[in-house]
Design a protein around this ligand. Structure first.
Ligand code: CA
Ligand code: CA
Length: 165
């Protein structure tokens, strides 16, 4: 994976832009999503989202925080996360799934996932640029159904961080 792509993926996790990934970044993302959909942190969906954020951070730290200082630097991200996750994309899907499931629930998911325009709002809350988000959602919609399901989201997320191009 080239430097620019790694930088973009790192920036996606470094939600507060302070140059490293830590627990706070996952909480920033969760709070932004709750605000976007007007869901409180105290309700069941809010609690599930934060539990998912914590699990995601713990999984990320377990894979990438080599020196154990509770921060994942860009170098740790490259050497730890990207390489190890590329060898085992399913592992990444596993650590991300509770957070992604919680995010879809906050966005009002029903049995078959969420509507494409709702998926755009989710990505927007996470700071994904509009044109990137639109391309992603178009690719994820099952056969032009206008719906995006949990499994598709989880697999796409894992692929984005683990496939070289
Ligand atoms: Ca950060
Ligand atoms: Ca570290």
């Amino acid at each position: 994976m080239d430097e620019r792509r790694i930088a973009a993926r790192f920036a996606g996790f470094d939600q507060d832009g302070n140059g490293y990934i830590d627990r706070e970044d996952f909480y920033v993302a969760a709070k932004a999503l709750l605000a976007e959909f007007g869901v409180t942190a105290r309700c069941d969906r809010g609690q599930s989202l934060f539990a998912g954020a914590e699990a995601f951070w713990q999984g990320m730290a377990g894979i990438a925080d080599v020196d154990g200082d509770q921060r994942v630097t860009r170098e740790e991200f490259v050497t730890g996360a990207v390489k190890r996750l590329r060898d085992n994309p399913d592992r990444f899907a596993e650590i991300a799934r509770p957070f992604l499931r919680g995010a879809l629930a906050v966005a009002g998911a029903e049995g078959d996932g969420i509507a494409a325009d709702t998926a755009l709002r989710v990505l927007g809350a996470f700071g994904v640029e509009a044109d990137v988000a639109r391309a992603a959602v178009e690719a994820l919609e099952a056969g032009g159904s206008g719906r995006v399901s949990e499994d598709v989201v989880v697999r796409a997320f894992a692929r984005y961080f683990t496939v070289p191009e």
